[in-house]
Ligand binder design. Structure first.
Ligand SMILES: [Zn+2]
Ligand SMILES: [Zn+2]
Length: 101
């Protein structure tokens, strides 16, 4: 994924941990303000990360290069059939006082 460059201006960095994230309103009626990681998850990782308070999203790129987060329906296979990637809600890694700064 080295050639992938963010387009559409919706990719940003977490102000707290500087991880690349995507902020987007998801849903039509009750839109949810989502902050998602941009790291593609393997099916195993999706199973491991999924919990009631942490959702997995399907991130698809349309032909204009715009990225869009969509709900992952329960029947949506962990291996994306739409050519997208599956990402999790962003969580800052725990602060590590030994991190070099
Ligand atoms: Zn998908
Ligand atoms: Zn963060």
């Amino acid at each position: 994924m080295m050639a992938a460059r963010p387009r559409g201006g919706d990719a940003t960095r977490c102000p707290a941990c500087r991880a690349p994230i995507l902020r987007q309103l998801v849903g039509e009626r009750a839109a949810l303000n989502v902050t998602a990681d941009l790291t593609p998850l393997t099916p195993d990782q999706q199973t491991a990360l999924r919990e009631p308070n942490r959702l997995i999203w399907c991130l698809r790129t349309n032909r204009f290069g715009n990225r869009r987060l969509t709900w992952l329906d329960p029947w949506h296979p962990p291996d994306c059939p739409h050519g997208g990637i599956h990402v999790a809600d962003h969580r800052c890694p725990p602060a590590d006082p030994t991190t070099l700064f």
